[in-house]
Design a protein around this ligand. Structure first.
Ligand SMILES: Nc1ncnc2c1ncn2[C@@H]1O[C@H](COP(=O)(O)OP(=O)(O)O)[C@@H](O)[C@H]1O
Ligand code: SF4
Ligand SMILES: [Mg+2]
Length: 332
């Protein structure tokens, strides 16, 4: 909860999600829907006012390089960990931000930027430190001859590679990628997405991958959670969400993806009306003020997130009555 113009604003409300080891969970929704707040709350970079953040499910991961000495077999509610001990967890959980310009210190060389987390945590020095920095820079596709330069000498895509190298240098296992490609040129976006995919494979990473449109997550994610004004509308395996969306908001987001085929006649489901103010959301279904299928019931009671198929959850009163358009129908 944030205080916004002296009102309390519940940026994320009643959201329950799990992320399996080694998977990419996509989190999509328009700007302001609470995605960053949720990502930060998971890492305890903001303190949630309620709820639990359970880390690890009790199954050891023999392939993960665990540098922190934390017991792999125990599940733990991160919200109960005393702040000084969170350092041990932050080694394993990192965040990559949208804006690689803002997230790098302009007065530090790239080598120092990447090395800093190791130095601060006392994890390496001397030639060992240098080796670790060179290794991760290499893996992230950076030219190691340029490590003594400053961030301004690099392009947007290169800067994002630097930010990724810095996040990975401590061998974390869980990464919140907060819109990591939205600030980049379209021509560079695929390169960074591919890099993140390759790194996930080779370093056995688990991602919470945040994006504001479905195009980026379709490629990156195994499952997708769709968020609207602080609540989950639909959670499904990526393919199901694409071809058989069951929530009207997902259908609307889907039709907003530009079709690369200029001859294709799209029948977009437009998002009309204003997005509600998160400080005073509408009663009932939060999407009811913009939903083309809304009926009286929608404005009266809040739809619960319910299972509709294997791994597929939807919060809509009319989920069993509606036939929505998936990617194929929308592409004509
Ligand atoms: N520190 C803050 N103080 C006040 N309001 C905030 C703060 N951070 C986020 N918010 C509000 O919480 C809501 C969700 O924001 P955010 O999590 O950044 O959404 P998203 O990442 O989906 O764009 C927005 O209405 C935003 O204005
Ligand atoms: S509950 Fe009603 S308003 Fe909400 S998405 Fe479903 S049909 Fe639309
Ligand atoms: Mg955000």
């Amino acid at each position: 909860m944030f205080r916004d113009n002296r009102r309390w604003l519940r940026a994320v409300d009643n959201v329950s999600l799990n992320i399996k080891r080694g998977e990419t969970l996509g989190l999509v929704g328009e700007s302001g829907s609470g995605k960053t707040t949720l990502g930060r709350a998971v890492l305890r970079l903001v303190e949630p006012t309620g709820g639990e953040v359970i880390y690890r499910t009790g199954k050891p991961n023999p392939s993960a390089k665990n540098s922190s000495g934390i017991d792999d077999t125990k599940e733990i509610d991160l919200r109960t960990v005393p702040m000084p001990e969170m350092r041990n967890f932050w080694r394993q959980m990192q965040m990559i931000f949208q804006d690689p310009y803002a997230s790098l210190n302009p007065r530090m060389t790239v080598r120092d930027i990447i090395a800093e987390p190791l130095i601060v945590n006392g994890l390496a020095k001397g030639s060992d430190l240098n080796d670790k920095v060179m290794e991760i820079a290499n893996i992230c596709g950076l030219n190691t001859a340029w490590l003594s330069r400053y961030p301004h000498a690099f392009s947007g895509g290169q800067r994002q590679r630097i930010a990724i190298a810095r996040a990975l240098v401590m061998q974390p296992e869980f990464i919140v990628c907060d819109e990591p490609i939205s600030a980049l040129d379209v021509s560079i976006q695929a390169q960074i997405l591919n890099l993140l995919k390759e790194l996930q494979q080779s370093l056995k990473l688990t991602y919470l991958f945040i994006a504001h449109d479905l195009a980026a997550v379709a490629y990156a994610a195994d499952r997708v959670a769709v968020m609207y004004v602080g609540q989950l509308m639909e959670v499904a395996p990526t393919e199901s969400l694409y071809y058989q969306p069951r929530h009207p908001y997902t259908e609307a987001l889907m039709s907003a993806i530009p079709n690369p085929d200029p001859d294709c006649e799209m029948a977009p489901v437009l998002l009309e009306g204003e997005r509600p103010d998160p400080a005073s959301p509408p009663p009932g279904c939060r999407f009811s003020t913009r939903c083309p299928y809304a009926v009286d019931r929608c404005k009266q009671s809040v739809p619960e997130l319910q299972p509709v198929a294997q791994d597929h959850y939807v919060a809509c009163h009319r989920v069993n009555e509606l036939t929505l358009k998936g990617a194929l129908e929308l592409a004509g």
